[in-house]
Write a protein that binds this ligand. Structure first.
Ligand SMILES: Cc1cc2nc3c(=O)[nH]c(=O)nc-3n(C[C@H](O)[C@H](O)[C@H](O)COP(=O)(O)O)c2cc1C
Ligand SMILES: Nc1ncnc2c1ncn2[C@@H]1O[C@H](COP(=O)(O)OP(=O)(O)OP(=O)(O)O)[C@@H](O)[C@H]1O
Length: 304
């Protein structure tokens, strides 16, 4: 996938999907799918390198994916070009300027795709119907995806962030179309896990992320081309006086060499229990093994 960090003209004609796309959830996918399979048009996504709310001085309260994850998922969906722009570079354009200068002149768009609730142009004053009108007037096709719902409510990044914050990672996964997870380097720990017989992968959850409640989760680890059943503690490790938020994963069935420095994707599949302060590390060790058994039972039930 070709990535542009500014409005360099596209060398090819495009079908473009528009939006912030944090999480690339089911609603986002419906918009992006409209760019695929159009003869002579290259599937392209125009989005932002930081959430627009951050550029406006606010905060999303945490994001559902990093830029690196977004790139991986977009690539897997079949997107061939990605424009990752600063929101501040577009936010003062009028709706007409956005269509003429960005979509027509730079992106060579022939088809423009967005969702039913898309807004754009200075102050977010234009909506998907205005986009459709401006596009048709210029000979571009416009495709507006109807709302993708789950449980009768619109799927949105905001709704998914709230589920993750409540620890409802399984419900979040249903709306995301994949589990909530993080991609980050494996760091050295204090080797206590190894002494307890439960060596762990220590990872930091990216600082920009929305955080689930501290606790233990069934997880899935993508390591060296395979996936492993894991059990992950997200928290401060009160039993061993930890003072930094870490995510530590024990993979009960993993017998390969130690993993350090590698960048690993860990997905949280199901909340198991809150993090606790145990009387001693032996009791903690027994609990970690019990957590591991629960995780294996979960995987066996899911058939993987
Ligand atoms: C499945 C699992 C559950 C854990 N649960 C707790 C817990 O409830 N309380 C706690 O203080 N630490 C918990 N931990 C963290 C351990 O304290 C930590 O893995 C151990 O100290 C090893 O740290 P090290 O990797 O730095 O050697 C858990 C770790 C795992 C893998
Ligand atoms: N549930 C949905 N169904 C169809 N299209 C959607 C849905 N949610 C978002 N879209 C479309 O996807 C694109 C990206 O939207 P955006 O990133 O604002 O998503 P969002 O989930 O609504 O975010 P937030 O909750 O942070 O406002 C836009 O074109 C938007 O209209």
């Amino acid at each position: 996938m070709k990535i542009f960090y500014d409005l360099q003209p596209s060398a090819v004609e495009t079908a473009v999907a528009l939006g912030t796309f944090d999480g690339l959830h089911l609603g986002h996918r419906a918009v992006i799918f409209q760019t695929l399979g159009e003869a002579g048009l290259t599937p392209t996504v125009l989005t932002f390198s930081a959430n627009p709310l951050c550029d406006l001085g606010g905060s999303t309260g945490g994001e559902l994916m990093t830029e690196a994850q977004k790139v991986r998922v977009l690539e897997s969906l079949g997107v061939e070009q990605l424009y990752l722009l600063r929101f501040s570079s577009l936010m003062n354009l009028s709706p007409e300027q956005f269509v003429d200068e960005v979509l027509v002149r730079a992106l060579h768009a022939k088809k423009v795709c967005c969702g039913f609730n898309y807004t754009f142009g200075a102050g977010g004053r234009a909506d998907s119907e205005t986009l459709r009108h401006l596009c048709t007037g210029r000979g571009l096709r416009a495709a507006v995806a109807p709302a993708v719902l789950s449980g009768g409510e619109t799927v949105s990044s905001t709704r998914i962030r709230a589920l993750v914050e409540k620890g409802e990672v399984a419900a979040a996964a249903r709306l995301l179309g994949r589990p909530y997870g993080y991609l980050s380097a494996v760091r050295h720990g204090r080797q206590l896990g190894r002494r307890l017989g439960t060596p762990t992968l220590n990872q930091e959850i990216p600082k920009s992320f929305v955080l689930p409640p501290f606790g233990v989760y069934v997880s899935r680890v993508h390591l060296q081309g395979s996936t492993y059943c894991g059990v992950t503690n997200v928290g401060m490790r009160p039993t061993v006086d930890g003072h930094r938020l870490t995510a530590e994963t024990w993979m009960p069935g993993y017998t390969g060499p130690e993993v350090y420095g590698e960048t690993v994707q860990t997905d949280l599949l199901q909340f198991l229990r809150p993090e606790q302060k145990f009387a001693d590390v032996e009791t903690l060790g027994r609990q970690i093994r019990a957590d591991g058994k629960q995780a294996e039972a979960f995987f066996a039930r899911r058939g993987q």
